[in-house]
Design a binder for this molecule. Structure first.
Ligand code: F0G
Length: 485
């Protein structure tokens, strides 16, 4: 990997941090289980067999003897499943302590930042590296809104509409659109760009339907690293394109769709010595796991029955599945939530594969108004398949009309989201109607992106530009059917 023109001293400390990291992580092929070093001079994104890679890390448990709040860590030599029962309690105490809010983090940034981040708070399970390399805004700490018919609380009649629509008594929506760049991608990106920092990458790149690129552009800009984003021309929502341009990434629009852009960026990174930061990069997945840890912590470690999320390139399905598996193995939760991955029916290769019992991997020419998940050949297929199988999960599809109807319910409740995120509610609604999710089950849905990312789709044009004459008569006319005058 090429290096930045940094000084020799920092290169030396990088190399000792890299050595330390290499001693605790390996990369395992999801297809054939081959093992590769966790870090090497030439970053590796795939196995020789073509399969994608997964990070395997030695997780250090808080020791049993220590006082709960001054934990020391002990390397686990046994398998991850061989956990003594108290381990979960120690972990919970540690994370809860780190979550205590302090308003002073920005003046004590180096001491407080890792704990203030909704990713690095769980750092033993994310990436065991020295804190000085962490590139963080911080991210995470996103809202978990109770919106079910019964759990939505007082003065939330608008939010209860969401539970009514889904047909669920105990529904929560985790709004990942509240991350610094407005999508869940920031969680993976803080880890990806931290790795780029540690490796001394000279530039970073990704292909994107818009959110990954906005996130990468922002984190790379924070670090001062050149960033190149490959976008499928005309398929990216305006707000997202504006972000990558504003954050000063080199923005290359590719003829064709996301799948073309993805193939091209992988080739470009391998040939041009650029660090690839799509979710093909397994460290991105490690960061995205924090969505799972954070929502479990917000539920006081009472795992929900179901987790519902939109599925495109399948990184998020893989990451949350892995987080739940680890949380279960470490004794943080008592059971694994079932995962429901929801695809748009015009971009449904994973749904098709699920329907054939995962006997064949399907590809499609993707078409949907939810541009974020307009993907026909998802990179993380094998990882996500594992997540669905392990959690006794399900894959469902919803039409664009169902997505828009669900988006309008979320928007009108005052919460709001981008179109792809609304696949979550559309999917939950459908699965309740089909009797697969029971109305009394506890369900968490992920809203992946902010309403402002794609502020045009689903809002009728006449509502967008309906100026009236500036006088009280015109105001009364405009309000005639809205309130009693
Ligand atoms: N929701 C939003 C808002 C997204 O941006 C994406 C993916 C997804 C859902 C699907 O998540 O790919 O992990 O299954 N966006 C990627 C991007 C592809 O380039 O921003 P996934």
């Amino acid at each position: 990997m090429g290096t930045n023109p940094t000084d020799l001293q920092s290169n030396q400390s990088n190399s000792s941090a890299l050595k330390q990291l290499a001693s605790v992580i390996v990369l395992r092929c999801v297809e054939c289980a081959s093992l590769y070093p966790g870090v090497s001079d030439q970053p590796r994104y795939r196995c020789d067999c073509g399969g994608v890679l997964d990070v395997e890390a030695k997780i250090h448990h808080p020791t049993q003897q220590e006082p709960a709040l001054q934990v020391r860590f002990e390397a686990l030599t046994a398998s991850e499943t061989d956990v003594w029962p108290l381990a979960g309690i120690k972990w919970r105490q540690l994370f809860d302590k780190r979550s205590a809010q302090s308003p002073t983090w920005s003046i004590n940034i180096d001491q407080q930042l890792p704990d203030k981040s909704g990713v690095w708070r769980y750092r033993e399970m994310i990436l065991p590296i020295p804190e000085q390399y962490i590139v963080s805004r911080p991210e995470g700490n996103t809202g978990l809104y109770p919106v079910g018919r019964e759990n939505c609380g007082n003065h939330r009649a608008g939010h209860r509409q969401i539970g009514r629509y889904a047909g669920l008594d105990h529904l929560f929506l985790k709004h990942e659109g509240e991350n610094p760049t407005g999508s869940f991608k920031d969680r993976g990106m803080t880890v990806g760009v931290t790795m780029a920092n540690l490796l001394g990458a000279r530039a970073v790149a990704c292909a994107s339907t818009g959110n990954t690129s906005a996130s990468l552009a922002s984190y790379a800009a924070q670090l001062g690293l050149p960033c190149i984003v490959f976008l499928p021309a005309t398929h990216v929502a305006r707000g997202k394109l504006a972000q990558s341009l504003a954050y000063s990434a080199t923005t290359i629009q590719i003829e064709g769709d996301f799948d073309n852009a993805m193939r091209l960026v992988e080739q470009a990174c391998n040939e041009l010595d650029i660090y690839l930061l799509n979710s093909l990069n397994p460290f991105r997945i490690e960061g995205q796991k924090a969505i799972g840890f954070e929502l479990l912590q917000q539920l006081d470690w009472e795992a929900p029955d179901w987790l519902v999320l939109p599925a495109g390139n399948l990184g998020n399905t893989s990451a949350i599945g892995k987080a739940f598996r680890q949380a279960y193995q470490l004794g943080l939760i008592a059971h694994m939530p079932r995962i429901a991955a929801i695809q748009a029916s015009g971009a449904n290769p994973f749904f098709r594969s699920f329907m054939n019992g995962f006997s064949r991997r399907e590809h499609v020419q993707a078409q949907t108004i939810a541009t974020a998940i307009k993907i026909g050949d998802p990179v993380s297929y094998s990882r996500a398949r594992q997540a669905i199988e392990e959690s006794n999960g399900i894959v469902e599809e919803v039409t664009d009309e169902e997505i828009l109807a669900a988006k309008s319910v979320i928007d009108r409740s005052g919460i709001g989201c981008e179109p792809a995120s609304a696949a979550t509610l559309a999917g939950a609604h459908k699965l309740v109607e089909r009797g697969i999710i029971k109305r009394e089950e506890r369900v968490v849905g992920i809203l992946t992106g902010n309403l402002l990312k794609d502020s045009q789709t689903g809002i009728p044009q006449d509502k967008q530009d309906n100026a009236i004459t500036a006088n009280i008569t015109a105001v009364k006319r405009a309000l005639a059917n809205k309130i009693s005058l």
